[in-house]
Ligand binder design. Structure first.
Ligand SMILES: [Zn+2]
Length: 437
């Protein structure tokens, strides 16, 4: 759709949504009344700034059904995401919402190179988590043959991939790495694996992981992005043609990027907090939802021809960002540095401790199999590699790179391959913060 027509559609849908929640959701009527805004004041997306943000706390305060815009009987489905603290976040769908959920996931699959008739190996978790069912309905909508394998049971997954010969795989990037390692262990080369494309998401990842996954599975990997509060997976998707940012399905979810402190909108290319406003949601529409994800937008014309705005990779989460000795640290920054070092793998863990009043950061980094084989066996104790001459130089190099790039002194510990905790289909926690802040 030409951007002009898209903008007209967004303006109309935004006005309808604001009018709808004002009359259907007491929380929004009170919020808008408090700032003196009536639905007729919101005529276009340029008026969005007049509206306050919706934070996750509102979803907690009105748990489970307090933000519904429809009677509970009109719901077709309820999903929930496990909160790290307290109650889960509930997300509700009418029949129309489920229809949109299928549509945006079908679009995402097609954008990643999937086609009608292909087999989809769907290794996202099924259940309350939105990932499995979202992709599942999208695959069916596109006319694919869907294998609802869900997460875990890696041995069985490998067998099913070898036997069914799917072209498309959906899972978390860390699980794609786990599968790749399992194929390697069995002596199966990437050329022998039928998979052609992968939609990876549900956790931040980097170019390093992309290269590793593509090499081990023999696929072209693209990013799928989403969050349950907005709909689940299928909020945005990287196109197979350009693979330069993920197209946001902005006819349904209007994006903004704002300054983390002031909340002011940021221009293209500037990193800040990603905000979404529902344009078509029936059950639980949210206005200016503060995702906490850090990224940037670009309206540059994409090589693929799609007109939808693109978002960059997720740099981290505003609330996952570590502040160490006053320095902002996103785990993905460490990952970017490790990618330039051939002796180590992209698997790492950041451990933050506080010794009296001083924060200490340890970065555990795995050696590659090849390098590890050449380490003298007598220097390995308790899964930690003591510093002989070569290892000392490597450790120093990584510590220097991190200090020079991030402005933060850290201690690097080199560990043998496959000792950093792996994911079994779920999300990988790269950070262990022991400071009890
Ligand atoms: Zn594109």
């Amino acid at each position: 759709m030409p951007r002009e027509s898209l903008r007209a559609l967004q303006n109309k849908r935004l006005h309808n949504t604001v009018d709808y929640v004002y009359h259907q959701v007491p929380y929004y009527r009170e919020t808008l009344d408090r700032v003196g805004i009536k639905p007729e004041n919101i005529r276009s997306v340029d008026d969005l700034q007049k509206l306050p943000f919706t934070k996750k706390q509102a979803l907690r305060d009105y748990y489970p059904f307090g933000l519904l815009a429809v009677p509970r009987e009109n719901l077709m489905r309820i999903h929930a995401s496990s909160g790290t603290t307290g109650k889960p976040t509930v997300v509700c769908y009418t029949a129309n919402d489920v229809d949109v959920f299928a549509e945006v996931n079908a679009r995402s699959l097609a954008t990643a190179g999937a086609r009608r008739g292909m087999i989809l190996h769907n290794a996202y978790g099924y259940g309350l988590f939105t990932g499995g069912l979202g992709i599942h309905y999208g695959g069916e909508r596109l006319g694919m043959t869907v294998v609802p394998v869900s997460g875990g049971a890696t041995q069985r997954q490998v067998t099913l991939i070898l036997d069914f010969k799917p072209e498309v795989i959906c899972c978390t990037p860390s699980y794609a790495q786990t599968l790749g390692e399992e194929f390697k262990k069995r002596g199966i080369s990437p050329e022998e694996i039928s998979l052609k494309v992968g939609l990876l998401g549900a956790e931040p990842w980097t170019e390093t992981i992309r290269v590793a996954v593509e090499a081990s599975l023999g696929i072209a990997a693209t990013n799928i992005y989403g969050l349950s509060e907005i709909i689940g997976p299928g909020v945005s998707q990287e196109c197979i043609e350009a693979r330069a940012g993920s197209h946001i399905w902005e006819d349904h979810f209007y994006p903004e990027v704002v300054n983390i402190e002031t909340g002011n909108p940021l221009p293209d290319g500037k990193e800040g907090v990603l905000i979404f406003t529902h344009l078509t949601r029936e059950a639980m529409p949210l206005l200016r939802y503060w995702t906490g994800d850090i990224t940037y937008l670009t309206h540059d014309v994409c090589a693929c021809g799609r007109t939808h705005v693109r978002m960059g990779p997720i740099r981290g989460r505003a609330d996952d960002m570590l502040i160490v000795r006053g320095v902002n640290l996103y785990p993905t920054q460490v990952e970017e540095i490790l990618k330039g070092i051939p002796e180590v793998t992209p698997h790492y863990q950041i451990v933050v401790t506080r010794v009296s009043t001083l924060d200490e950061v340890e970065v555990k980094v795995e050696l590659t199999e090849e390098v590890f084989r050449h380490v003298a066996q007598d220097v390995i104790t308790d899964d930690v590699i003591a510093v002989d001459h070569a290892m000392h130089a490597l450790r120093n190099k990584i510590e220097h790179l991190i200090r020079d790039t991030l402005g933060l002194g850290v201690t690097v510990t080199l560990v043998p391959p496959e000792t950093v905790p792996r994911s079994e289909g779920g999300k990988l926690r790269r950070v262990e913060d022991k400071r009890n802040l």
